[in-house]
Design a protein around this ligand. Structure first.
Ligand code: ADP
Length: 911
C-alpha cells in the first residue's frame, strides 16, 4: 500500500492563533529532527505539516503524542506523562490515549481550544515483513468548526465554520465596507452565504455563534476572537467562483443564485478549509445558498443577549425563549427552530407560508398525530449523512438513513394534500428496501465488531461466515477430544492475541501435559500453563483467515451500501430538511393547540398592535404559582412611542421584552402568546434591557449602556422596533435624566421608530405634552396599608412617584432603615433647593435599633415629588473656586446642553 502524506496547505498559526489559547503558548519550536530514530523521524515528518495542531500518532491500540504535544495534552487531559527513548540526548516526553476512548479525549481537547491532527497506520501490522515503522499519514484535522461525531457536537445546535472576506477578494477591514460571509456545517451539510456591511458583523456573529471563524488577522471579531481559526490566503474572486462551482459540478456559481465577489471568496475559503481538514475528502454539503442583503431581521449581539432567545445570559439554555416554547421531537427540528428564531424573516409572504402550514395541521388532528408518531422515530439523519460522506460512519448511521426514509414514507401518507411548500420527502423507495434487507436487526456499535450485514443479504459473506463459525464448532469438538486424549477434563482451547489458539490447563494438570511429546509449552501462568501443537497452529491459521475474509467482505458490503446512500445524498439532504421543518411546524401547532396562542397578521406597513400579549418565558416560569397578566401594546403610527413608568418589580422589563419576543416569534412564522396582533415587519430590533458591568473588557455598566444606546440611535429607522429600559440609571440623577430625556426625544423625532421606553424618571411623563406621538403609560400598583401591590397591568398615564422605599421594604430591608430612608426622602424633597447644611438630615440620624411596632410605611411618610430643574440644580451645585480650567470648560458645555432643553420644561406639580 502506498503511503500518502497529505499537506493541509494551511499556513502555520503557531503561537499566533487565538483559536488555541491554551495551546498557542504551549507550542515551542519543534526540536531538530536530525539523528531521530525511525519512528520519531516519522513523527517529525508528519508534525512538520501541522505545527499548530497536536499530532495523534496511531500506534497499535493507542494514539501517542510526543514532545511538547505530549506535555500540553497530558496537562489538558490530566493523564500521565511518560517518556519513550531519547532524542538529542534528552528523554522524549510521551503520553497516549486508547483508540477506543479517543473521542472523549478529543472532545476535551477541542473544548480547550486545541486542534488535533490524527495520523493513522496506513498498512496492517499483521503479516508485515518490511523493516522500519509502519506507514502512517494524517487522515484528518479535528478543529472546532469541522466536527462530525455526535459525542463532540451539541445535538440541538449547529456547528458552524464561518469564513469572512472583504469586497474585492482581499481580506481587510475597510470601515463600513462590504463583507462576504459563508458558513457551513460539515456535520449536517448546511452551506449558506450572506453579503453584509462590516458594521453588521457583530450581529451576524451573534446570530450564527460560529465554532470557528476564518478571517484576516486585522478583521476584529470582538467577543468571538477566541474562535478565530488559522490564517488563510483568500483566493481571487474569479478563482473562488470557479472553485465553488466545480465542487458542486456546476459550470458557474450563477446556477445557485446571485453571490457578491466577497461571498464567493468566503465560500471558497470555507470549502477549502473543510476539505483540508478531511484530508482532501469533500464532505457532503448542500449547494451554497445566498441569503442576499438584509433578508432577515437584524438583531445585534446585545439585543440577542438581552432577549435570551437561544442562550441565557449565564450561557445556559434553560429559561430561554427556545426552551420555553420549543416542542420539537427531533434534534434537527430543535436546531431548525433555533435558526428560525435566530433569523426572523422580513417577507410577509414567506412568513404566511409557515403560518399556513401549521394552521393546516391544527385543522387535521389525525394527520398531526401521525406526523408526530413518525417524527418520534426519526433519527438525526443530517448528521448521519455528514459522517457517511467523510467515511466516518458507524453502522447506526446507515440504519438512521433507513429509519428516516421509513418515517418520511409514513409522513408523506399522513400529509397527502397538505398545502405546504416543502421539498418532497420521497427518496427512491429502492434505497429503503435495500437498507431494510441489508442491515441486521441489532447492529453493533462499530463495523469492526461484525454482524452489521443481515444474513441472507450477501451470499459470499454468508459463506465466509459459515466457514468461520464452523471452525468455531470444530474448536468446541476439539476441546472434548483433547480432554479425553490428554486425560485432563478441565483443559480449554482459548484464543490468545499473541499465541493464537492454545490449550489452557490448570496447574495440577501441567505436569501431565508436559509429558506428551506432541504438545509444546508456550507460556507459563500463575495458575497453570498454555500449550500448543501442530493441529492447533493449522486451525488457528484457517479460522483467522476465514474471520478475516468475512470481515473484509462485510466492509466491502458496507462500503457499497454507503455508496448507494451517498448516490442519493441530495434527495436525502432535502428530505432531512423537510423532516426538520415539519418538526418545527408541529411544534408551532402544539403552541397554538390550546387556543391561547394566535396567528398574528404580519404586514408591510408600520403597525404594531398586540392585544393581550404575554411573555412566553415568564408565563412558563410562573406556571402553577401565579397567573400571568396579559397586556396590550399599541405602537401604531399616531402613538409609536410608549413611555412606561412604574416602580421596580412592577413588570416593566417583562412587558418590554414580551413585545420584542412577540415580534421575533411573529416574523419567524410562529404563533404568538396573545389574543390577536397586527405587526408591520420589523427590520431591526434593538433591546436594551438590563445591562451588567463588562469588567472583562473594562467597561462599566454605564459605559455598556451608553455604547448600546449609541448603536440604537445610529441604526434604528422607521421600520425598527426599539425597547429600552432604564436609560441613564448608571450615572448621577441629573445626568441620567438629561440623557434619558434627550434619547427619548431623538427616538421620537429623529429615528421615528416604534419604541417602548421604560424609565424610573417618572418626570419624563410630562414630555407627552411636547412630543405628539408619545403615549405615557404606567404599571398599575395599588397601595394597601402603606405597602405596594403590583398589578402587572399597563395603564395610560404616568407614575406619580418611584416607590423605591416601598420596594426596599418589600425586599426585606430592616424597618428601621426603611423608616429612616422615608424620612430622609421627605426631607430631601421638601428642601430640594436648599444646601445640604440646611437639611434636617442630621438631626434625626439616630439609628432606631428597636423593632418598629407599626412596620408599614404610612401615607404621611410618602415622598412628595418636587419639580425638577436640571439647569438650576447644576448651577446650584457649582463651586467655581474648586474648578480646574478643564472642569470649568466641561461644566460650561454641560450647562449649555441643559439650557438647550426646550424652555417649556415641564415641572412636576407638587401634590
Ligand atoms: P421591573 O422591570 O418593573 O422591575 P419585572 O418585569 O422584572 O419588573 O417583573 C418582576 C416580576 O414580576 C417578574 O419576575 C414576574 O415574576 C412578575 N411579573 C412581571 N410581569 C408580570 C405579568 N404581566 N403578570 C404576572 N407577573 C408578572
Amino acid at each position: 500500500m502506498t503511503c500518502y502524506y497529505v499537506s493541509m496547505d494551511l499556513p502555520s498559526a503557531a503561537g499566533a492563533s487565538p483559536a488555541v489559547p491554551s495551546a498557542a503558548g504551549a507550542f515551542p519550536a519543534i526540536p531538530n529532527a536530525a539523528g531521530a530514530s525511525p519512528a520519531i523521524a516519522q513523527w517529525f515528518l508528519l508534525k512538520a505539516d501541522h505545527p499548530d495542531a497536536l499530532l495523534f500518532l496511531r500506534m497499535g491500540d493507542f494514539y501517542e503524542l510526543f514532545f511538547a504535544d505530549a506535555e500540553a495534552a497530558a496537562s489538558a487531559l490530566d493523564i500521565a506523562l511518560t517518556r519513550r527513548g531519547e532524542h538529542a540526548g534528552l528523554p522524549i516526553p510521551m503520553c497516549g490515549v486508547p483508540v477506543h476512548a479517543a473521542e472523549a479525549y478529543l472532545s476535551r481537547l477541542i473544548r480547550r481550544g486545541f486542534r488535533v491532527a490524527v495520523a493513522e497506520q496506513m498498512e496492517p501490522a499483521k503479516g508485515r515483513t518490511g523493516k522500519g515503522p509502519l506507514k502512517r499519514a494524517v487522515v484528518r484535522l479535528v478543529t472546532p468548526g469541522t466536527l462530525t461525531e455526535d459525542s463532540l457536537l451539541d445535538a440541538h445546535r449547529p456547528n458552524l465554520l464561518l469564513a469572512l472576506a472583504s469586497a474585492g477578494g482581499a481580506l481587510g477591514t475597510s470601515a463600513g465596507g462590504a463583507l462576504g460571509a459563508a458558513w457551513l456545517d460539515v456535520s449536517t451539510g448546511l452551506f449558506e452565504t450572506e453579503a453584509l456591511a462590516t458594521a453588521d458583523l457583530p450581529a451576524l456573529l451573534g446570530r450564527l455563534e460560529p465554532a470557528e471563524v476564518l478571517a484576516a488577522a486585522d478583521l476584529p471579531l470582538g467577543d468571538w476572537s477566541d474562535r478565530r481559526g488559522p490564517a488563510m490566503a483568500a483566493p481571487a474572486p474569479a478563482a473562488a467562483q470557479r472553485r465553488v462551482a466545480e465542487a458542486f459540478g456546476a459550470a458557474s456559481l450563477d446556477a445557485f443564485g446571485t453571490f457578491t465577489a466577497a461571498e464567493a471568496v468566503a465560500a471558497a475559503m470555507a470549502l477549502d478549509y473543510a476539505r483540508a481538514t478531511q484530508a482532501g475528502a469533500m464532505p457532503r454539503l448542500s449547494r451554497p445558498q445566498p441569503a442576499g442583503l438584509g433578508a432577515q431581521m437584524m438583531l445585534d449581539a446585545a439585543t440577542r443577549a438581552s432577549l435570551e432567545i437561544t442562550r441565557a445570559r449565564d450561557g445556559s439554555t434553560a429559561h430561554t425563549l427556545v426552551a420555553a416554547i420549543g416542542h420539537t421531537l427531533t434534534a434537527p427540528g430543535a436546531r431548525m427552530l433555533a435558526a428560525w428564531l435566530g433569523g426572523p424573516l422580513l417577507d410577509p409572504a414567506a412568513i404566511a407560508r409557515r403560518q399556513d402550514a401549521w394552521a393546516w395541521m391544527l385543522l387535521q388532528p389525525e394527520a398531526l398525530a401521525d406526523l408526530r408518531a413518525a417524527l418520534r422515530a426519526t433519527p438525526d439523519v443530517s448528521r448521519a449523512l455528514g459522517r457517511l460522506s467523510v467515511g466516518r460512519a458507524a453502522p447506526r448511521d446507515l440504519a438512521a438513513v433507513g429509519q428516516a426514509l421509513a418515517a418520511a414514507e409514513a409522513i408523506s401518507l399522513a400529509l397527502a394534500g397538505a398545502p405546504m411548500d416543502l421539498a418532497p420527502l420521497n427518496v427512491d423507495p429502492a434505497l429503503l428496501e435495500l437498507l431494510t434487507r441489508a442491515l441486521a436487526d441489532t447492529l453493533p456499535a462499530r463495523l469492526d465488531d461484525g454482524g452489521v450485514v443481515a444474513p441472507g443479504f450477501d451470499g459470499e459473506l454468508d459463506a465466509e461466515r459459515r466457514l468461520r463459525d464452523d471452525s468455531r464448532r470444530v474448536i468446541a469438538g476439539l476441546t472434548l477430544d483433547y480432554a479425553q486424549r490428554y486425560g485432563v477434563a478441565s483443559l480449554k482451547i482459548k484464543h490468545h492475541a499473541q499465541l493464537g489458539y492454545v490449550i489452557e490447563a490448570p496447574a495440577p494438570a501441567v505436569e501431565r501435559l508436559q509429558a506428551h511429546p506432541d504438545l509444546t509449552l508456550r507460556q507459563g501462568m500463575a495458575n497453570g500453563a498454555r500449550f500448543g501443537n501442530a493441529e492447533l497452529a493449522d486451525l488457528d491459521r484457517r479460522i483467522s483467515e476465514a474471520a478475516d475474509r468475512a470481515a473484509a467482505r462485510e466492509h466491502l458490503v458496507f462500503a457499497t451500501l454507503v455508496q448507494a446512500v451517498l448516490a442519493q445524498s441530495d434527495a436525502l439532504g432535502a428530505c432531512a430538511d423537510t423532516l426538520a421543518q415539519l418538526d418545527v411546524l408541529q411544534s408551532c401547532a402544539r403552541l397554538a393547540e390550546g387556543g391561547r396562542w394566535c396567528r398574528p397578521v404580519v404586514t408591510d406597513d408600520d403597525q404594531f398592535c398586540i392585544r393581550a400579549g404575554r411573555h412566553p418565558v415568564v408565563e412558563h416560569a410562573l406556571q402553577g404559582t401565579a397567573a400571568f397578566v396579559p397586556n396590550d401594546c399599541d405602537l401604531s403610527h399616531a402613538q409609536r412611542v410608549l413611555l412606561l413608568t412604574g416602580p421596580n418589580m412592577a413588570g416593566k422589563s417583562t412587558f418590554l421584552r414580551q413585545n420584542a419576543l412577540i415580534a421575533i416569534m411573529a416574523q419567524a412564522g410562529l404563533p404568538i402568546p396573545a389574543e390577536s396582533a397586527r405587526i408591520g415587519v420589523v427590520d431591526r430590533l434593538f433591546s436594551r434591557v438590563g445591562a451588567a458591568d463588562d469588567l472583562a473588557r473594562g467597561r462599566s455598566t454605564f459605559m455598556v449602556e451608553m455604547t448600546e444606546t449609541a448603536a440604537i440611535l445610529h441604526q434604528a429607522g422607521p421600520r425598527s422596533l426599539v425597547i429600552v429600559d432604564e436609560i441613564g440609571r448608571g450615572t448621577g440623577t441629573l445626568d441620567g435624566l438629561a440623557i434619558a430625556w434627550a434619547v427619548l426625544e431623538a427616538l421620537h423625532s429623529q429615528n421615528r421608530c416604534r419604541t417602548v421606553f421604560a424609565t424610573h424618571f417618572h418626570e419624563l411623563g410630562q414630555l407627552a405634552a411636547h412630543l405628539p406621538r408619545l403615549r405615557p403609560c404606567t404599571m398599575r400598583v395599588k397601595e394597601w396599608r402603606g405597602s405596594v401591590v403590583f398589578l402587572h397591568e399597563v395603564a395610560p398615564g404616568a407614575a406619580g412617584r418611584s416607590w423605591g422605599v416601598h420596594v426596599a421594604q418589600l425586599a426585606g430591608v430592616p424597618q428601621a432603615t426603611v423608616r429612616r430612608a422615608a424620612a430622609l426622602l421627605n426631607a430631601l424633597e421638601k428642601n430640594r433647593h436648599g444646601s445640604p447644611a440646611e437639611l434636617p438630615l442630621f438631626a434625626e440620624a439616630v439609628p432606631n435599633t428597636t423593632p418598629d411596632p407599626t412596620p408599614e410605611l404610612g401615607p404621611d411618610l410618602l415622598p412628595a415629588s418636587p419639580p425638577p430643574d436640571p439647569l438650576r440644580d447644576a448651577l446650584h451645585e457649582l463651586e467655581p473656586d474648586g474648578l480646574s480650567p478643564r472642569d470649568a470648560l466641561e461644566t460650561l458645555y454641560r450647562i449649555k446642553a441643559l439650557a438647550a432643553v426646550p424652555p417649556a420644561v415641564p415641572r412636576i406639580a407638587s401634590r
